[in-house]
Write a protein of this length. Structure first.
Lengths: 176, 730
């Protein structure tokens, strides 16, 4: 089963620490030693605000991911635990951007041998970073973000099953 | 290259949360590699974006402004360029000019502004000692005047102590949290963390705020009041608590004065009478009062939305009234929290960088106290309360007697030409002062008016103690070596004092701290060793022995810090804001905070990652209907105008802003809010009414031209700040 990061709007304060953590994790600490104008800023997680809601949007690593289906060059693939984007194969056609129901894939510019290329950009669960697990989760000041793995989800399901059972007994004994 | 990595634990230089950070430092390169949350008392290992990424300015990336590394003076007088000089020459020049001004006009012609930011408590102590013992005046103040001075004054009247009565961790265990004029999500994310945790544990959240802030969003009850109606609302809450008999009679009987006189004065504030003017329903007010009074673990948190009004002091007293009426003082997880904004604004008050008090809140007008300081410092001291920061413009521009004017202004680590209200007037003031001394780490907007510039070490380059918002002293450590040519603030002041004939010398900050502790009983027990051992010591801490671990919450068992030990209910009638909207200026204008930026932005504006999130010329948040009426869309550049000035910024339509209300964050240099704000002051605290004035928004027909203007203005600012390379930020 795929893993994914999900935010809790009840705990999110909209501070966008996750967005910066995402950029720094993927670029590495070298980002603080270069010319400030030479660095791009393309977070793979976005804080979105409506009138009464604040939450993050990022790739859900869907089991039946539409982005994988629509990608004409196989740049998006189902890996063992996530949807993997192969940046080198991406032709920048933006089909994945259209297909994703969450808006979790955006485009970014990369410089390769002094040429600009536009490629897809999305959460990779920090698989390629030094930390190796999602930086947005470890950096969130209010612990509003959670990294869900198969084990984690089965724990949640088990707990919910137990609660269902407990409530059933309570009803029978008249202890609403 | 051989790396030599070390870990250093210190305290964050942003906001009053007092988070502890563990830095990994490359000793050989003298650079910070990364920041991690350390298990501090208030932050428990968590940090916000400023804590994680806000140290980058130490690398001097020259995005907004550049680091000053040599003293400078205008040798040819005003209007001539600043020229780098040696420390000896700068100190000699400054000392002589100060002495000449004192000789001609007297010591009260000199004003000093201390820093509530990087320098720390030891530098704060030396700042006020320099002004009092060397210059000979009590004209010393700092930015608390423009933020929480109203909290200090309002709480002093009612309960005798002007600081947060509870601690940050206690917020998490409160049962009801009433936020008024406070949005921790942008000002103190790590305090906001406690609020969301409290909610997760079942606490009820009340939020009074004209906008749908992040706090309002998670509130169980949001009182979306009209701007400037705080006292109407607070008095209506008090009315309801009394009328519905929700008062704690025993607490009032045993610990509170003035109840009999207080009650009849509330008569005009029945929710049904005032709800319309507040902009909420009477039912909502009554529900809020019932909810607040339903627990003995109710907490009131406020920020600038209470204090930055012309009736700030009265509103603070009114908050305190609610806590007294319901017995919400004196035990765990209760009380009031005026949450201090800057990292060391509590400390700078503690150190007596105030015109009326020596360190430890001891009055300059008390002859016994004065004698104690005269004996310790070996000089006679002025018995007259000094000038407040916000009174400087009137003492320069409106005072006709030269003997009563301010002729020298010594500004340490602050940027009044960005942070004070009504900037045009402030700039006129600075231009008219004979001697402006700026002691800072970066060139800033005030340095344009400086006659002398003295470069100081930054946070991260020196040792100190800060006091966080809940009275917690914490050790701040040197993380990297400072650049050549700069000196710690306290050392610069000692050099000047010595040059002026009052030898001052300390070998380190601990010697300064020990001297301060010997004169301020409230802090006497908080030794360096104890702070080191415990990580944080909250004052009052009277005894040096390790038995006295400081004070988690104030006023234990209802024993207030007033002369008779009882709290005082203080009633004031509501007065409207001083500048209402009208046909010409139909929108209200309020200044708020940007979470990724801090104060006048010299620090965060020079951090790569923080400026990536938000940069010039900022945004004006407006209701979409107001935007539609003007024909402006998201991202359009607009001109915002008030009676005092104008600025250019971008339009941000949001349903979180009430119809007719606008909001801007105050740290932009092109979109500088304080061009617009009203300099009218609270008569009691002299705090300006930053939170309300009238404005209008104008559509700019030629967007391309406006974009070009913003770009050229940014380039101009950067050039003025001494940045030579083109590009960054433009």
């Amino acid at each position: 089963m795929n893993r994914f990061v999900k935010g809790n709007p009840l705990l999110c304060i909209g501070c966008r620490t996750c967005m910066v953590a995402c950029v720094v994790a993927h670029r590495g600490n070298g980002i603080f030693t270069t010319d400030p104008d030479s660095e791009d800023f393309f977070p793979r997680i976005h804080v979105v605000k409506t009138k009464t809601k604040t939450m993050t949007v990022q790739c859900h690593h869907c089991e039946n991911a539409p982005c994988v289906t629509v990608c004409p060059v196989g740049a998006l693939e189902k890996g063992p635990h996530s949807i993997v984007l192969h940046e080198s194969r991406c032709i920048g056609c933006q089909q994945c951007t259209m297909a994703c129901p969450f808006g979790a894939i955006q485009m970014k510019q990369v410089t390769e041998s002094e040429k600009l290329r536009v490629v897809a950009n999305k959460c990779d669960l920090c698989a390629t970073t030094e930390e190796g697990s999602p930086a947005c989760v470890s950096h969130c000041p209010t612990e509003a973000l959670t990294y869900y793995t198969a084990e984690h989800i089965s724990e949640i399901v088990n707990e919910k099953n137990l609660q269902t059972a407990r409530k059933a007994w309570a009803a029978k004994e008249g202890q609403a | 290259m051989q790396h030599n990595y070390e870990k250093v634990v210190t305290v964050c230089p942003y906001c009053g949360s007092g988070c502890q950070i563990e830095f990994t430092v490359d000793r050989k390169a003298n650079r910070i590699i990364e920041a991690k949350g350390a298990p501090g008392r208030t932050n428990e290992g968590r940090l916000c974006l400023k804590g994680f990424y806000g140290w980058d300015y130490l690398n001097d990336p020259q995005i907004l402004t550049r680091r000053i590394t040599s003293p400078m003076i205008r040798k040819g007088g005003k209007g001539t360029p600043l020229e780098p000089v040696s420390w000896d020459e700068a100190i000699q020049y400054t000392a002589e000019r100060l002495q000449a001004i004192i000789k001609e006009y007297g010591a009260d012609a000199v004003m000093g502004a201390g820093s509530a930011r990087g320098p720390g408590n030891e530098a704060g102590y030396i700042t006020q000692k320099f002004m009092r013992a060397v210059i000979g005046t009590n004209n010393v103040d700092h930015c608390a005047r423009i933020c929480h001075a109203a909290s200090v004054a309002g709480l002093k009247q009612t309960i005798g102590e002007g600081a947060m009565s509870l601690s940050v961790p206690e917020i998490e265990d409160a049962e009801v949290i009433f936020n008024i004029g406070y949005n921790g999500a942008t000002s103190h994310p790590i305090v906001a963390r406690r609020i969301v945790k409290a909610k997760a544990k079942g606490a009820k959240i009340i939020c009074a705020d004209p906008q749908i802030s992040e706090t309002a969003r998670i509130a169980d009850l949001h009182l979306q009041q009209k701007g400037g109606t705080n006292l109407l609302l607070l008095n209506a809450l008090a009315y309801t608590i009394v009328e519905e008999n929700l008062v704690d009679e025993a607490f009032i009987r045993d610990h509170v004065n003035g109840y009999e006189e207080f009650v009849p004065k509330l008569k005009a504030y029945a929710p049904e009478l005032v709800a319309f003017d507040i902009g909420v329903t009477a039912q909502e007010i009554r529900e809020a009062a019932r909810l607040y009074a339903s627990s003995k673990h109710s907490v009131i948190l406020w920020g600038m939305g209470i204090t930055q009004f012309s009736q700030g002091v009265d509103c603070v007293a009114a908050c305190s009234n609610l806590a007294m009426l319901t017995g919400n003082y004196g035990h765990y997880a209760t009380g009031v929290g005026p949450v201090r904004g800057q990292n060391n604004v509590q400390g700078t008050c503690d150190m007596g960088v105030l015109p009326n008090e020596y360190p430890g809140y001891q009055a300059v007008t008390d002859p016994v106290i004065r004698e104690k300081f005269e004996n310790a410092w070996g000089v006679s001291l002025s018995p007259t309360v000094g000038l407040k920061l916000t009174q400087v413009p009137e003492r320069v521009l409106e005072e006709s007697d030269p003997k009563k004017q301010i002729h020298a202004y010594y500004i340490i680590g602050e940027d009044p030409a960005q942070s004070d209200p009504h900037l045009e007037e402030l700039r006129e003031t600075l231009a008219a002062i004979d001697l402006v001394i700026v002691q800072d780490i970066f060139m800033n907007r005030t340095s344009e008016y400086a006659d002398v510039i003295l470069p100081a070490t930054a946070w991260g380059e020196h040792e100190a103690i800060y006091t966080c918002c809940d009275r917690g002293f914490q050790r701040v450590r040197k993380v990297i070596e400072p650049p050549a040519g700069v000196k710690p603030d306290w050392e610069i002041l000692c050099l000047l004092a010595t040059a002026m004939g009052y030898p001052m010398h300390y070998n380190n900050t601990q010697e300064i701290w020990d001297e301060m502790c010997s004169l301020a009983p409230k802090f006497a027990g908080a030794t360096y060793e104890k702070i080191e051992a415990l990580g944080s010591v909250q004052w009052p801490c009277y005894e040096e022995s390790m038995e006295d671990r400081g004070t988690i919450f104030l006023h234990k068992d209802g024993e207030f810090a007033t002369p008779d030990g009882r709290g005082n209910l203080v009633f004031n009638d509501y007065q409207p804001v001083k500048e209402e909207v009208d046909e010409e200026y139909p929108l209200s204008f309020c200044t708020v905070r940007e979470v990724g930026h801090y104060s006048a932005r010299t620090m965060t504006g020079n951090c790569r990652m923080l400026r990536q999130l938000e940069d010039e010329p900022g945004w004006i948040a407006m209701n979409p209907k107001d935007c539609e009426a003007l024909g402006v869309e998201q991202g359009d550049l607009v001109r915002v105008r008030s009676r005092r000035g104008s600025l250019i910024t971008r339009c941000l339509p949001t349903e979180r802003a009430k119809l007719g209300a606008t909001y801007m964050t105050y740290q932009w240099w092109i979109g500088a809010c304080n061009e617009l704000t009203n300099g009218v002051l609270d008569p009691k605290s002299k705090t300006p009414e930053y939170k309300y004035c009238a404005c209008r928004v104008e559509k700019l027909a030629n967007q391309a031209e406006a974009e070009e203007y913003v770009k050229s203005q940014y380039a101009l600012i950067r050039a003025k700040m001494g940045i030579e390379k083109a590009g960054a930020g433009a």
